[in-house]
Write a protein that binds this ligand. Structure first.
Ligand code: 2P0
Length: 319
């Protein structure tokens, strides 16, 4: 719309998500259009709550977990730039109040749930009444993986073909899997890693191995769809773990090399593989950081917790 009519305040929640087939590499850096489609699971009540209000001071104001952020901090700058896409030339100073309930112990990134919640809150705040696939495409412009956090459960992000990206958004899969569990295993982090945005750019530009990635991702999405339809944890876990390791192989094959793993990440992997050798159906996935996420069903939880005592467990389909 040309002129926004805003409410005094509005709020929204969006879940965090973990990709089982990863988004890695863009065909358009400005619009966050991906090289490949991806598939994720949303984390239920774990995510971001965002409240928007007109700012009484007349200045933009950004709070993260109750703490005011400098407007030139990366977090505030990105959030305000996103609001600028909507308010354009209108004088609409905003207060953005963002709270993440993702356990900090889990070491999960929050840009996906953050931009999804901000998009939903703006839709309310400015009475936009946009359909969810359009909201998803907007959230994608904030952060690619955010387009998947508009939905619960399993979500496919269709890469799309249009130049304006309006067909590149999340779609919820009609599936429920009450026994599915996601375990969050924290690994001690050293210095700050390379962020995903520059990491994927480096991989696309320098890793010859990356040429094989789009084909693997396309095959893995097919396998994941079948595993979800069959509720086959071994097929799901194997595909997700293989996909994550393949993505990390392309990162390692970049120059300069991009290795998000810490020694402790490798120790966790070896423990997961050890559990599998003992007959426990548990699989791992990793994103652009050293922490490990596990995939398993409820009946295996006790055996896995015996090895990973402080693992946080999420039931994505719990009501
Ligand atoms: C994913 N990651 O599918 C992949 C796996 C990290 C590794 O989506 O540049 O923060 O904002 O579009 O969405 C993280 O990338 O990157 C991510 P931008 P984003 O979950």
């Amino acid at each position: 719309p040309e002129t926004l009519q805003v409410k005094p305040s509005a709020e929204a929640f969006a879940p965090s998500n973990i990709a089982l087939c990863k988004y890695w590499g863009k065909r358009d850096n400005a619009l966050n259009l991906p090289v490949n489609s991806s598939l994720s699971i949303s984390l239920g009540h774990l995510g971001t709550h965002t409240r928007l209000a007109l700012s009484d001071s007349g200045e933009d104001k950004v709070l993260l977990n109750g703490k005011e952020q400098a407007l030139d901090s990366p977090f505030a700058a990105k959030a305000i730039a996103f609001w600028d896409l909507f308010r354009r030339d209108q004088i609409l100073p905003i207060e953005i109040n963002t709270t993440n309930n993702i356990p900090t112990a889990a070491g999960l990134a929050s840009s996906a749930s953050g931009f999804a919640a901000l998009t939903k809150a703006i839709n309310e705040f400015a009475n936009l009444n946009l359909p969810i696939d359009v909201l998803s495409a907007f959230a994608r412009m904030g952060s690619g993986s955010a387009c998947r956090s508009l939905f619960d459960g399993f979500v496919e992000w269709e890469m799309g073909q249009l130049e304006d990206g309006m067909d590149s958004h999340g779609i919820a899969l009609e599936a429920s899997w009450p026994d599915l569990r996601v375990g969050l295993v924290k690994v001690e982090t050293g210095e700050k890693a390379v962020d995903s945005r520059s990491g994927m750019k480096r991989t696309v530009e320098t890793a010859h191995l990356y040429q094989s990635w789009p084909m693997q991702a396309a095959m893995d999405i097919q396998k994941l769809r079948q595993a979800i339809a069959d509720k086959d944890i071994d097929a799901l876990g194997m595909t997700a773990e293989h996909n994550a390791m393949s993505m990390h192989a392309t990162m390692i094959a970049s120059w300069p090399p991009l290795l998000y793993w810490q020694p402790a990440s490798v120790a966790v992997m070896q423990n997961v593989w050890g559990l599998r050798e003992q007959g426990v159906s548990v699989y791992l996935t990793m994103d652009a950081g050293p922490n490990i996420k596990l995939l398993f069903e409820a009946d295996q939880e006790a055996a896995i917790k015996a090895v990973f005592n402080d693992m946080e467990v999420v039931a994505p389909f719990a009501s």
